[in-house]
Ligand binder design. Structure first.
Ligand code: SAH
Length: 221
């Protein structure tokens, strides 16, 4: 899988891409991630990417031209079709189900907004899926892009050491959440690990886990 990210702040990704599972996926060559600075696709000497909103109002709006140039340039370097995503608080709220579907794509292009967001015409010019990561406002699309990259990459085959890790996880089967886990020591500050987990009786362990999952899932509804 290849993921291209268009952003005004590529440095925001540097630490994130060099750690943990996201790093391992790249080292194993299962995923290639390319960062593109939107300013590199401007034509004027000030490398201008934003301007004041028509009709007045606060903040700056990202101009369509550099975005179109960036996406067109990136698409020329991609074999096949790319699925394009634009981040916006008013997009469809991202979910594990969406992550699963995106993990099947060969190429993703992620467009991060900033300031007041995009000139609306970008949506008419380019076929984007609009995604939000929740009903709150962030300063930019970089953290949403990191969220999508992380959640999608771990679903790409062979990225996780144990393929069952992703199957058993929260939200993998509808809204069902993961069961609670415990590890050593058996007792800490007087709190003991539930006895059944030490019993070695897998039928009883599964029964207990399912009960806990159903109870918690019901609470979240
Ligand atoms: N004025 C806009 C907010 C712009 S926030 C509004 O009220 O809708 C600036 C950029 O941050 C957006 O263009 C988007 O790319 C990103 N962003 C902010 N919050 C987000 C969220 N919850 N989900 C996805 N992207 C978000």
């Amino acid at each position: 899988m290849r993921i291209d990210v268009v952003t005004l702040f590529p440095n925001m990704f540097k630490g994130f891409l060099k750690e943990s599972i996201v790093k391992r996926a790249q080292t194993k060559r299962l995923v290639t991630i390319k960062l593109h600075n939107l300013r590199d696709y401007t034509l004027d000497k000030h490398r201008k990417v934003d301007d004041r909103p028509f009709g007045g109002g606060p903040g700056m709006v990202l101009m369509v031209e550099p975005i179109v140039r960036a996406i067109e340039a990136i698409e020329k370097t991609i074999k096949g079709k790319a699925h394009k995503i634009l981040f916006s608080p008013s997009g469809r709220v991202f979910s594990q189900a969406r992550a699963k579907a995106l993990a099947k794509r060969e190429n993703l292009i992620l467009l991060c907004g900033h300031y007041e967001g995009f000139d609306e015409r970008i949506k008419e010019l380019i076929d984007f899926e609009e995604l939000s990561i929740g009903k709150y406002v962030l300063s930019g699309g970089e953290i949403p892009a990191a969220v999508v990259i992380d959640s999608v990459i771990r679903l790409v085959p062979n990225v996780l050491g144990n393929p069952n890790s992703a199957v058993e996880e929260s939200f993998s089967k509808g809204d069902k959440i993961d069961f609670p886990n415990y590890t050593r020591p058996r007792i800490y500050k007087g709190i003991a690990v539930p006895e059944v987990l030490l019993s070695g009786n897998h039928k009883e362990i599964n029964k207990w886990r399912n009960l806990r999952v159903n109870k918690k899932s019901a609470c979240l509804k």
